[in-house]
Design a protein around this ligand. Structure first.
Ligand code: FE2
Length: 365
């Protein structure tokens, strides 16, 4: 049953955050996360209402955008949500076809097909709304050889921080409202041609206090993976519910970025001031009984707080940052896969208890 995909996607093109201060956010992601400066757009390039800094590390392109005036969509986003992910842009061969296929299957259009060009060629984009205020922008860039998109100029500040080995986006997780997970899983299936590869119910993901449910949706070539979470009933407030309260509705919960040396990457991140969730030391006492042989020294993992999980195909190492903005909303996951294609189910309990300790400190458990 090999059906031709109606929405072939080559990979993630970029992730754009709307933030209060793009200049300072860019500095943070360069200094702390090792992103490299790539491109810039603002008053100096003829933009009147917004300013964007584009950063890159490995295949990850991060765009940080702020409003320059009042009354913008960007300002309204930040007022409502705080800093967060607005656009998850997908790299396609035909942006007009991507819009036609998805809107034809029920997606709501965010941006009609638009061609933009400069001396480096032309790019065609289009876009659809997904959960909350998040969009998918389809980017067709085969006729462009500039640094990012038409209208951006190369950004070459004197300051650079060393990269820390981040390679690509492994997955991006969306939090949606009560009883909305199935609706959004269906959206990715029917409107975008994704398949559900894993599902977790509240028995998999619950602690004494909180619970959530999750379905992982993947596109045909597996390069795009979007787990979708919804809160489930527990004795106390679910971490997903806390997110929804502070974010002001559904949105992107975390961006998982891959490295091929989690120990080096996390050592660098910690040295540069990035803070992570911690697990009790007892987690490491039983680690090898649970996951079997691993190449890494347990002591090194314990010192850094890196978690390990195994599935039929191998194992993975992962760690989660604390939220990277004032509201307890968006955070990052650093993941190294050694064969495992799963998402760390064996760590959920230890991890959620860690999140609950943070929730308790915030008074939102
Ligand atoms: Fe994750």
């Amino acid at each position: 049953m090999n059906q031709k995909e109606f929405l072939p996607i080559n990979g993630t093109d970029y992730v754009e955050l709307y933030v209060g201060n793009a200049l300072q956010a860019a500095h943070y992601y360069m200094t702390a996360f090792g992103f490299q400066p790539l491109a810039y757009a603002g008053l100096e390039t003829g933009r009147k209402e917004s300013q964007s800094f584009v950063l890159r590390q490995g295949k990850i392109t991060l765009v940080l955008t702020s409003a320059l005036t009042e009354g913008t969509e960007i300002g309204a986003y930040v007022e409502k949500h705080g800093d967060g992910v607005k656009h998850v842009a997908l790299w396609v061969d035909d942006a007009a076809l991507a819009l036609r296929e998805t809107v034809g299957r029920g997606a709501k259009m965010y941006q009609d097909v638009k061609a933009s060009e400069d001396e480096n060629g032309w790019v065609i984009t289009s876009g659809i709304h997904v959960y909350g205020d998040v969009t998918h922008i389809f980017v067709e860039r085969s006729n462009f050889n500039g640094v990012f998109l038409p209208g951006f100029k190369p950004w070459n500040p004197e300051f650079r921080a060393e990269p820390i080995g981040l390679e690509y986006i492994d997955h991006m997780v969306g939090n949606v409202g009560w009883n909305e997970m199935n609706q959004w899983a269906r959206f990715y299936e029917e409107v975008m041609g994704f398949k559900q590869i894993i599902s977790f119910d509240d028995k998999d993901i619950s602690t004494e206090y909180t619970a959530l449910m999750s379905k992982v949706m993947s596109n045909g070539n597996g390069r795009i993976k979007f787990p979708i979470n919804e809160p489930a009933e527990g004795r106390r407030k679910s971490q997903i519910e806390e997110y929804l309260d502070f974010h002001g509705g559904p949105g992107v919960q975390h961006i998982a970025v891959a490295t091929d040396n989690v120990i080096e990457t996390v050592t660098q991140l910690r040295a540069r001031g990035v803070e992570f969730l911690t697990v009790p030391p007892a987690y490491y006492d039983e680690l090898l009984d649970r996951v079997g042989h691993i190449d890494e020294e347990v002591a090194a993992l314990r010192d850094l707080g890196v978690l390990v999980d195994r599935d039929d195909e191998g194992y993975l190492l992962q760690i989660f940052t604390k939220p990277v903005e004032p509201r307890p909303t968006l955070f990052f996951e650093i993941i190294q896969r050694k064969g495992a294609k799963s998402f760390g189910k064996g760590n959920f309990k230890a991890l959620f208890e860690s999140i609950e300790r943070e929730q308790a400190l915030r008074g939102t458990l």
